[in-house]
Ligand binder design. Structure first.
Ligand code: MG
Length: 354
């Protein structure tokens, strides 16, 4: 029998006491403060596994001598198709990326499709094709699948859940591994995905050329980790809640301060313009092909060069640094010279973007 163990056995994340939310709201699906509260209130007390309690992108498991990573993700994006991608592609890349930023090469994915009665079969076939193309690009096999159907009006066409397994290739990573002096790197322009979805809904009187950044991150992660062996401390894909939320999670897990440099954060002009009209800060907008890496200061230049040599990483930037001023805090040094606190996402300004 295979010896399946969990690793590493470090301290679980402690739930903070707070008043329970009585009902589920859209904010609980946004990946920000309400999502965190729901996890701490409902799941952590009931699902006691210390690996789950680490709240990482993927669980790291050991089977005999093989070090694996395992994760799952659900996709309820509306509309199903949008500039740059669609739900089938997103469902494959999203799970592959949670494995990748855990230092694991994605290996296999299982997909469950929840279909609404009346959905054109051609639309389902198109999404199966999109998933297949994304799997080929990511070097992943879709090895198991399931379908369920719900009555007309009980789902928006289709929802997809994917689970994935990968082989750990990078040691020493962890959300708690950022250290004062480290550099914070962003792999590319932020806010593309969430902005593309909002524009695709056609609810805004706005036309802009913005495409989702959905892509498999493994080639970027592999290049980064090969260029800076031992120098990469933390990686996280900046999905729901955007870079602001992800950096807050990492600052809290590592007990460090992150100071971001507003001028260094890459944002495409079209995304900046659309976000200004929507009254949303791109720092909170979801990405599906962009990640944050916290690396040793002396590895930052090499890491940046490696990322910029890979498609999707050409605009990678050092966007901040780790300090020990106030543990758990994220600060923004602004264009005007001052500092402001950057909180996690509160509420849900862009519902159902993934
Ligand atoms: Mg993730």
């Amino acid at each position: 029998m295979t010896d399946l163990r969990i690793s590493p056995a470090s301290e679980p994340v402690r739930a903070r006491p707070h008043r329970r939310d009585q009902f589920i709201t859209m904010a609980h699906g946004a990946g920000g403060k309400a999502s965190r509260r729901l996890v701490e209130d409902v799941f952590l007390p009931r699902l006691a596994d210390p690996v789950l309690h680490r709240l990482e992108d993927a669980a790291r498991l050991t089977a005999g001598d093989t070090r694996l990573a395992f994760t799952t993700d659900a996709f309820v994006v509306r509309p199903l198709r949008f500039p740059g991608g669609s739900i089938g592609e997103l469902a494959l890349n999203g799970t592959a990326n949670d494995l990748a930023v855990s230092g694991a090469q994605p290996l296999a994915v299982a997909a469950a499709f929840i279909l609404e009665e009346g959905l054109p079969t051609d639309e389902l076939a198109a999404e199966a094709d999109a998933m297949s193309r994304a799997a080929a690009a990511a070097g992943v096999c879709v090895v198991a699948a399931d379908t369920k159907v719900v009555e007309r009006g009980r789902a928006d066409g289709m929802y997809i859940t994917t689970s994935g397994i990968g082989v750990q290739q990078v040691a020493g990573l962890g959300a708690d591994a950022a250290r004062p002096g480290d550099a914070v790197i962003c792999s590319g322009p932020i806010g593309d995905h969430g902005t593309a979805i909002m524009l695709a809904r056609g609810e805004l009187d706005l036309v802009a050329e913005v495409r989702s950044d959905t892509r498999c991150l493994w080639p970027l992660v592999a290049a980064l980790c090969a260029a800076a062996p031992g120098g990469v401390h933390v990686m996280r894909d900046a999905t729901r809640g955007g870079v602001a939320t992800v950096v807050n999670e990492l600052a809290a897990s590592s007990g460090v301060t992150v100071v971001l440099d507003e001028a260094a954060i890459p944002v495409r002009p079209a995304v900046r313009g659309a976000c200004e009209l929507l009254g949303i800060d791109p720092l909170y907008v979801a990405n599906e092909g962009t990640f944050v890496a916290i690396v040793a200061a002396d590895a930052a230049a090499t890491a940046l060069m490696a990322l910029r040599a890979v498609p999707g990483g050409q605009q990678a930037q050092v966007i901040g640094e780790v300090t020990d001023e106030q543990p758990g805090l994220v600060l923004m040094s602004s264009l005007t010279g001052g500092h402001r606190i950057v909180d996690m996402l509160v509420g849900d300004p862009l519902p159902r973007i993934c």
